[in-house]
Design a protein around this ligand. Sequence first.
Ligand SMILES: [Zn+2]
Length: 203
Amino acid sequence: MSSPEELEEELAALAGGPAPEPVEQDVTAPDAEIHELKAGLGELAEQMEWVLNELTANPAGGPWWWAGLDAAAETALWKELGEFVSWLNNRILRHISSGVETIPGCWYLHPAGVEQLTALMVAHKSAYKAKSKRASPDLVDWFQRSLWPTLRSIEEHATWRRCLEEHHHHDREVTGYTHDDGFQEHAGIGSTVSADGEILPHG
Ligand SMILES: [Zn+2]
């Protein structure tokens, strides 16, 4: 049996709890962790900056939403769309005898045509993925589901029929559209008109 002294020693050892080694590890570990966290935060900040740049540099409606483009982006899109229309006329439309109209040289003066040709070009970009070598029915889809239906739709709506028939551009008389008077109130946008006709927001 242990003597009282020995028992006391054992009790003291037990009361001393676990060896201090893990405590030393706990004391040194945070330094490495903090370093790692700092590095992680730095990366996160860089990523956030990139995202913010993307959000502010790109137009809210995307690169093909004409109404949202600045002057430089608009010029770039006109150039790209102009090349696409040239390609379409020279490569395809001038070589077919019936079925659809060609696109007249004044196409850029027809907003409804511009929007639809833009959509057609975007579909073409999607089908002819520059870096894809994977065979797929995407190209057939572009012809059968994008090109011909779009051109027939433009023809059906007589977008530029008169210009084609008379071989020069005709401006259509288009009355500017405005919502009915009740719209602002209905939408909760609310406004009042000042004595000199200026529209003032409520508030
Ligand atoms: Zn025209």
